[in-house]
Design a binder for this molecule. Structure first.
Ligand code: AMP
Ligand code: ZN
Length: 114
């Protein structure tokens, strides 16, 4: 997708601090972190929202969560705890229309989310 900022990160057309890459997934630090650990975990494939996932994408979803487990360990938040957030469409405040899972940790979270 030509004008997608996250596709540009996948293609290394704009910089990001990439901390994980595999066949399906890229993970990099959020540019505007909301916690000491704030990582974006994204599919390399351009998928606009969670609602655009199809059964053929099940390997991608699996890879995202396997990456999250690995990253949580590497970032030292596996025992202290962390939050995975996926904002879908307007009411959730989705700003980048290339699916991404926020992995947030390193501080106590509050509930309910804002
Ligand atoms: P969302 O509101 O769920 O769509 O979140 C978009 C997230 O992408 C925000 O947390 C932004 O800080 C983050 N973001 C936007 N551009 C970049 C970028 N170039 N590198 C890293 N994170 C970004
Ligand atoms: Zn994209």
């Amino acid at each position: 997708m030509k004008d997608c900022i996250f596709c540009k990160i996948v293609k290394r057309e704009i910089p990001a601090e990439i901390i994980h890459e595999d066949e399906y997934v890229l993970a990099f630090r959020d540019i505007n972190p909301q916690a000491p650990v704030h990582v974006q975990i994204i599919p390399k494939k351009h998928i606009e929202t969670l609602m655009d996932i199809s059964p053929e994408d099940k390997d991608i979803l699996s890879a995202i969560f396997m990456a999250a487990i690995k990253i949580a360990g590497n970032e030292g938040v596996n025992s202290s705890g962390f939050r995975m957030v996926q904002n879908c469409n307007a009411d959730a405040g989705q700003e980048v229309f290339h699916i991404h899972f926020h992995l947030l940790g390193g501080r106590k979270m509050t509930w309910p989310p804002g």
